[in-house]
Design a protein around this ligand. Structure first.
Ligand SMILES: *Cc1c(COP(=O)(O)O)cnc(C)c1O
Length: 219
């Protein structure tokens, strides 16, 4: 199946209120161009350097999503063009994004990454840190706009566990959304679990291998 066929098939399973982000990390620009030609405009990358390289050569109406863990010292490279930063998991990082956004005369949209898995390897804020940022810190950061939350479920075959983790993220989102109507995005769900994520309230799914095929990290 071609990238275009994969995209069409996936789009048919996604309701119109859910945004599909095509996760193109490790894939060559030819693959992204093929997805672009099929109508895709939202692309997700997890390395800033790779995203910048692809930004340089691909059409300028692409919306670039940074979905990986962000190192503070690299924010400046993507600040001029990034559309949405999904993985914001510290106040330090928020402050740096605010600083770089200001330098570029922009307000940068971000998602706060919440820790919902039971793995030590995943990044994210806990409920208290999320609350602290949303009720206090964010007021001093005029050049960042928190438009929602992002989470990653545990890597497990246990569907019930994954569903419970998605539920917990949606619940946290709902609690804060009352006071923050500018929050609209719940970014959760990948190739293996996006349908369940949508059932549990996801508004943005990040899908890579089901569109572009499996990734080869050895090249
Ligand atoms: C790689 C990645 C995805 C996409 O994963 P697939 O299983 O290939 O769909 C989604 N979200 C994040 C944060 C990722 O790093």
């Amino acid at each position: 199946m071609s990238i275009k066929d994969n995209l069409n098939q996936i789009q048919q399973t996604i309701p119109s209120h859910v945004t599909l982000v095509a996760v193109s990390k490790t894939k060559p620009v030819e693959d992204l161009q093929e997805a672009y030609d099929a109508g895709m405009r939202d692309f997700g990358e997890n390395k800033i350097q790779e995203m910048c390289d692809k930004y340089e050569v691909l059409p300028k109406d692409i919306r670039w999503h940074m979905i990986g863990h962000v190192q503070t010292n690299k924010v400046k490279y993507m600040a001029p063009f990034v559309h949405l930063i999904h993985g914001v998991d510290s106040l330090k990082l928020l402050k740096e994004i605010n600083k770089q956004a200001e330098k570029n005369n922009r307000v940068i949209d971000v998602l706060l990454q919440v820790f919902i898995a039971d793995e030590e390897t995943k990044f994210g804020l806990d409920a208290e840190e999320l609350n602290d940022i949303l009720s206090n810190e964010i007021q001093n950061l005029p050049n960042v706009k928190v438009v929602g939350v992002m989470g990653m479920a545990t890597f497990t075959d246990d569907e019930n566990q994954i569903r419970e983790e998605f539920k917990s993220l949606k619940q946290l989102f709902d609690q804060h959304q009352n006071n923050h109507p500018e929050m609209k995005v719940v970014s959760m769900g990948m190739s293996g679990d996006y349908q369940m994520a949508i059932e549990e309230g996801s508004t943005m799914v990040r899908i890579g291998s089901s569109i572009f095929g499996h990734r080869n990290y050895n090249i």
